[in-house]
Design a protein around this ligand. Structure first.
Ligand code: NAD
Length: 362
């Protein structure tokens, strides 16, 4: 199969679909790989690295979209890219279609077979291709929150760890999955006082086991969100309902009751956000202030640490990618977990939660 990897074109997105090490794996399996010139240069993967791994360097994305059997990307295709996709071609990338009817319509028009990283499952019901980016975003959420709590960035001037004689800052994490757990690790590492809310009691039990008495676990109710958000210096939004838009758990009224200069980091913004006042921002202009509360809602947080993220992502996507390259869409017939990744095929939405969210609006 001919695998094509265009350079990412979203604002400040420096990740790339394949690392040189991943290219070598595809080539070892008998496939050809074409990579856009300088596609990985910003994160230290040179054209020479890719050529040494067995890829051919191609000058324009148009040539890649026109000839490849499978396009491997990181972010959802932008409108100009969607229009170059075609029936019979596989698109293997993050899509996040639920909050994005325009992209869904363009992919339907293209007729492409679109496999979304974020809905591929594993045998335990986890999301193995979302997990590495969630790990990155969870760890970054605390870094971003701590940074924005500084006075110069609009925050209250609170140091999360406190110092001897000064109480630490309070971190509220809503959603105790992969993002929430990694955020908690960083917040605990900084010395903050950490509370995690989740709707899953089994998950709260696991978190209690992982962190012992070092964090508080609380069942997620409107009352709990109300009480803990009033006290928090930093709130991290980390909920997920797979394939669906995020529920708005923190309302404008909650936010009005928060301390001035406190910070919200809505990691779930890529699924529409879980705070009522969230709107997607970019690494270039990551924050805005509403009701004296700083909002950080960068939709592609892992893009900020693009080298680490690209390598972590490739570790997870590679085995499924190789299966698709070896067998084409027949790979889905043998693997229910990979089949769960199928979001669009020949103009149809093939993922129920996305159809439920968007079906009538297309
Ligand atoms: P996950 O499935 O591991 O965890 C989600 C958790 O949310 C689960 O434990 C679930 O029980 C909990 N939850 C669901 N409804 C809840 C509620 N009402 N109250 C409290 N908890 C609730 O998911 P994850 O991998 O941690 O991802 C979390 C979010 O982060 C997703 O929306 C994902 O798309 C997003 N994400 C964003 C970025 C970014 O760059 N912005 C990067 C990676 C992941």
């Amino acid at each position: 199969m001919l695998i094509g990897v265009p350079k990412e074109i979203k604002n400040h997105e420096y990740r790339i679909g394949l690392t040189p090490a991943a290219v070598r794996e595809y080539v070892e399996h008998g496939h050809d790989v074409i990579i856009q010139r300088d596609g990985g240069l910003a994160i230290g993967f040179t054209n020479e690295d890719y050529e040494n791994a067995g890829a051919r360097i191609i000058d324009t994305p148009e040539e890649i979209f026109a000839s490849a059997d499978m396009i491997v990307k990181v972010k959802e295709p932008q409108p100009g890219e969607c229009k170059q996709l075609r029936e019979g071609q596989i698109l293997y990338t993050y899509l996040h279609l639920a909050p994005d009817p325009e992209q869904t319509r363009l992919l339907a028009e293209a007729g492409v077979t679109a496999i979304a990283y974020e809905t591929v499952t594993d045998n335990r019901g986890g999301l193995p291709l979302l997990a590495p980016m969630s790990e990155v975003a969870g760890r970054m959420a605390i870094q971003a929150g701590a940074h924005n709590l500084e006075k110069a960035h609009g925050g209250s001037g609170t140091l999360l760890g406190g110092v001897p004689g000064v109480a630490p800052g309070k971190v509220l994490i809503i959603g105790g999955g992969v993002v929430g757990t990694q955020a908690a690790k960083m917040a605990v590492g900084l010395g903050a006082e950490v509370t995690i809310l989740d709707r899953s009691l089994p998950r709260l039990r696991e978190l209690d086991d992982i962190f012992g008495g070092r964090i508080k676990t609380v069942y997620s109710t409107v009352d709990a969100i109300d009480a803990y958000s009033r006290e928090a210096d930093l709130v991290v939004g980390a909920v997920l309902i797979p394939g669906a838009a995020a529920p708005k758990l923190l309302t404008r009224d909650h936010i009005k009751n928060m301390k001035p200069g406190s910070v919200l980091v809505d990691v779930a913004i890529d699924q529409g956000g879980c705070f009522e006042t969230s709107k997607a921002t970019t690494h270039q202009d990551p924050t805005y202030v509403i009701d004296d509360v700083v909002h950080y809602c960068v939709a592609n947080m892992p893009g900020g640490v693009a080298r680490t993220s690209t390598i972590a992502l490739n570790n997870a996507t590679l085995p499924y990618g190789i299966a698709l390259a070896n067998k084409g869409i027949d790979a889905l017939a043998n693997d229910a977990n990979l089949r769960n990744g199928l979001n669009m095929h020949k103009g149809y939405i093939t993922y129920k939660a996305i159809h439920d969210d968007l079906g009538e609006r297309l």
